[in-house]
Design a binder for this molecule. Structure first.
Ligand code: G1P
Length: 303
């Protein structure tokens, strides 16, 4: 892979593809979008938006679909609720609401009208992003870290320019579920990406480093995605588009050291709930003995 159209324009906008159906969580996701499922006391999507905000993102672009309107409401002011809270002197609750709210004009919502794949979802944001680099955060993945995965990626990007993707090691038998990268030479807190493949058949992955759901991409990806043929699973794959872009621009990998939870799976979602609860000092104190007791005593149901 080669060379050299590097750009160090700042990353100001972020894309959140939230059109997915959430079939793995039915019936919970029949009326509630999977991105609105709660980890401790916040919907999954809010963790991801907060990570982007911590990285300096100023504009939040949601690629939504049918039945996702509640995500738009979540990032809007709830006037009646705030009024009631004010009347009752509930300042703490008001502060919590204010913290979650992006500023006026800082959000955009566009629809992916058909579920044609992640590459297609990202392409749907092209006119809102325009001709500048952007962050992409997949809301299935939440990343627990004091500083935030995207902040750390912006540090790498400020050194390298080009395109940066977060990666993480998984067990070899898990690789077929993800995009996989081939690691090249180390560079500026990351490494050069030598190759990528989307969901390789079991036993054929070039490494066990997965693309873990955070990207900084240059806008040239949009022209490529416009003509992208469908790939793995019959979907228009972002990874295939990135492979094309890697012919003319550099790609760098960043190895995230915090904890990643794949909230697209039930196990990942439960783990995220436990991990975020245990991150909270007060809750951890109350929960630890109860969890230990539960783990020691509970057995799977036989029927
Ligand atoms: C998508 C990407 C894949 C990446 C994964 C991370 O796959 O296509 O490269 O590894 O997200 O969650 P999806 O989960 O949409 O199948």
């Amino acid at each position: 892979m080669s060379n050299k159209v590097l750009s160090h324009k700042p990353v100001r906008k972020a894309v959140f593809p939230v059109a997915g159906l959430g079939t793995r969580f039915l019936p919970a996701t029949k009326a509630v979008p999977k991105e609105m499922l709660t980890v401790v006391d916040k919907p999954v999507i809010q963790y991801v938006v907060e990570e982007a905000r911590a990285a300096g993102i100023e504009h939040f672009v949601f690629v939504t679909g049918r039945n996702k309107g509640v995500i738009e409401d979540h990032f809007d002011q709830q006037v009646e609720l705030e009024q009631t809270l004010r009347e009752r002197g509930k300042q703490k609750a008001l502060d919590i609401l204010a913290e979650a709210l992006p500023g006026p004009g800082q959000t955009s919502f566009t629809r992916q009208q058909a579920p044609l794949g992640l590459g297609h979802a990202v392409w749907c944001a092209r006119n809102i992003i325009g001709n500048e680099p952007f962050a992409l955060l997949l809301p299935d993945m939440i990343m627990q870290d004091e500083r935030g995965c995207m902040s750390r990626m912006v540090d790498v990007y400020n050194e390298t320019g080009g395109n940066v993707i977060s990666t993480e090691e998984v067990a070899p038998e898990e690789t077929h579920k993800y995009g996989i990268v081939e690691k090249g030479a180390p560079i500026a807190g990351g490494f050069k990406v030598n190759g990528m493949v989307e969901k390789p058949a079991q036993g054929t992955a070039p490494s066990n480093l997965i693309i873990s759901g955070r990207y900084i991409l240059q806008p040239e990806i949009f022209d490529i995605l416009e003509n992208q043929q469908s790939g793995a699973g019959g979907e228009i794959q972002l990874t295939d588009g990135m492979l094309e872009l890697a012919k003319i621009q550099d790609f760098f990998g960043f190895t995230f050291q915090g904890r990643t939870f794949d909230c697209g799976s039930k196990e990942g979602f439960i783990k995220a709930n436990v991990a975020y609860a245990m991150w909270d000092k007060k809750m951890a104190k109350a929960l630890r003995p109860e969890l230990e007791q539960l783990l020691a005593s509970i057995k799977p149901r036989t029927a």
